[in-house]
Design a protein around this ligand. Structure first.
Ligand code: GLU
Length: 415
């Protein structure tokens, strides 16, 4: 996290929406704080026999529209406020895409690159067993996020299932396809980002074949986005990962960058590309900039120098409120995270539905349904932004907050 406190950013966005929608302070208070949070100490036996204790969190922001839902992050930067912000954004994302979930997020403060596979398995199983009382297919359904993957989900599913005495496929999503995962889940976030990026290009009158893209992050979200944008005819001129950034103004050969990453572990050094400064990547001239790494990368400091026409937020929370105001004043269209990167949770929802029914869909069915939901959310947000004069972020947040608040008012307050 390089910007300010993401929870302040998330609460700021909520406060704006509450004001615009005319709800009272009580509604703000209820939505500004998570319904439930659990912090656990995870004793980890290292491969050399030493014991180390790492901290984990699971924050359930809201359950009004259904079970809580959201990823699990392994990163040395995890802290409780970050997890709270990410959980709140999940609530808005699920409401905006109209999937019947509230929002949650988990985090373990650990750098997964420093641990063996066996150690990561032990951390995952112990973390899962510590949070078993609050997760489950009808309670809270974790999924992958930064630093975790389908293997992590397989271990979580197995640990939870062992505690129940039977296999419970619906307790997590983003599982391997051979273990109850959904076809199309692994690429879902990138597909969704690409769908809205192409909608945004069309809305601004840009021809994809005459457009350029810069993608920050070459992991679960950025890598597929670079590939799908290139397949759609967009020239991807720069990409980066945690080790550095590369550019080729004539367009990178993404298939060859992917092969290079598989071989070496990084985009840096890809033959035919030029290495550039990771921070400079964000201010390269391009049609569409996709920050697909971490929170707080577009700030007051660099936003005035952003030369993209459109920013599509592949990551959660990459733009600070101050940067948002600057980009808006400069006429840069910002497609907010809760819309742009929602493809992952949409297909997580499809995976949960399939697991609960024990009936599996084809990949084309998954992709077609994903496309429908992303395009319909895009129209909801752009129509609302146009009719209300709000930015895309404010329009998206207002739509989502209104759906959650309406559901809350219909349910009433217990007792
Ligand atoms: N971690 C992803 C996100 O931030 C996916 C969450 C999910 O599928 O539950 O949207």
């Amino acid at each position: 996290m390089s910007g300010g406190n993401p929870l302040d950013e998330a609460r700021d966005q909520l406060a704006n929406a509450i004001k615009t929608l005319g709800y009272d302070e009580g509604m703000y208070d209820m939505l500004a704080s998570p319904r439930r949070e659990l912090t656990v100490s995870i004793p980890l036996r290292r491969d050399d026999g030493r014991v180390e204790v790492v901290t984990g969190h699971r924050v359930q922001h809201n359950f009004t529209r259904g079970p809580a839902k959201g990823g699990l992050r392994y990163s040395p930067h995890v802290d409780l406020d970050e997890v709270r912000a990410l959980a709140m954004w999940m609530t808005w994302k699920c409401a905006l895409l109209d999937v019947p979930y509230g929002g949650a997020k988990g985090g373990v403060r650990i750098d997964p690159r420093q641990y063996s596979r066996a150690e990561l398995e032990r951390v995952t199983r112990r973390y899962t067993s510590e949070i078993i009382p609050i997760i489950g297919p009808g309670h809270d359904i974790p999924a992958p996020d930064i630093g975790t993957d389908e293997q992590t989900m397989a271990w979580m599913m197995d640990t939870y299932s062992a505690s129940q005495g039977h296999t419970v496929l619906g307790v997590v999503t983003g599982k391997p396809v051979s273990l109850g995962g959904s076809l199309g889940r692994a690429s879902a976030t990138s597909r969704g980002v690409t769908i809205v990026a192409l909608e945004a290009l069309a809305a601004r009158g840009f021809d994809p074949a005459a457009s350029t893209a810069v993608v920050q992050g070459f992991g679960k979200v950025g890598r597929g986005t670079a590939r799908f944008l290139a397949e759609a005819g967009v020239s991807v001129v720069a990409v980066s990962d945690q080790y550095g950034a590369i550019e080729d103004p004539d367009g990178l050969d993404i298939a060859s960058v992917e092969a290079f990453v598989d071989e070496t572990g990084s985009v840096v050094g890809h033959p035919g590309s030029r290495e550039i400064d990771g921070a400079a990547l964000l201010t390269l001239p391009c049609t569409v900039l996709v920050p697909a790494a971490v929170e707080g990368v577009l700030t007051e400091a660099n936003a005035p120098r952003v030369r993209a026409k459109i920013v599509v937020e592949g990551a959660n929370g990459p733009t600070t409120a101050a940067a948002d105001r600057i980009l808006e004043a400069h006429g840069v269209m910002v497609v907010p995270d809760i819309l742009a990167n929602a493809g992952g949770v949409v297909v997580s929802y499809f995976e949960w539905v399939q697991a609960n029914q024990a009936y599996w869909w084809s990949e084309s069915e998954v992709e077609q349904r994903l496309g429908q939901r992303m395009r319909s959310a895009w129209s909801d947000v752009t129509d609302h932004a146009e009719s209300s004069g709000l930015s895309l972020r404010n329009a998206a947040t207002c739509l989502a907050v209104q759906r959650v608040a309406d559901a809350h008012l219909l349910r009433g307050l217990y007792p």
